[in-house]
Design a protein around this ligand. Sequence first.
Ligand code: SME
Length: 162
Amino acid sequence: MAEELHIPHSADRTARYAALLPQVEALTAAETDPVANMGNVAAVLREAFGFFWVGFYRVAGEELVLGPFQGPLACTRIRRGKGVCGTAWAERRSQLVPDVDAFPGHIACSSASKSELVVPIIDSAGDVRAVLDIDSDRLNDFSESDQTWLERWMQTLGERLY
Ligand code: SME
């Protein structure tokens, strides 16, 4: 497989999510290792959208542990139910946070992060195996469209990974 993306840079986010989804499906279908796939998906999201921080935390026992990511250094471990990521895991649903300072218990890995979207990755048995975390340095940067599209992406990834 050619490691080359076709990104419609001038298109809006929705069109970019739509154009990239089949490419992500092809990319991840060609590889069985979850860390390799998470690494490439983080790279695609960073390259196509320029997000401030994008990456994965993987479930390991009672904690989330930092996985592949793009962006500044991040916290390595988050307990279940803690922060935005731990809440997405415990509640098994996405967390769309327009203002991180207004989210009780938000974990500030970087003071530059202003808004955040976390989407759980759920396996075929219904268990959360990881979460996708995207941070923006702008307030209110994520919409329900971002959430819907990234849930679609993570459904694909979940099916591939586990
Ligand atoms: N803000 C997250 C922690 C992870 S970093 O943003 C990369 C949280 O509250 O779970």
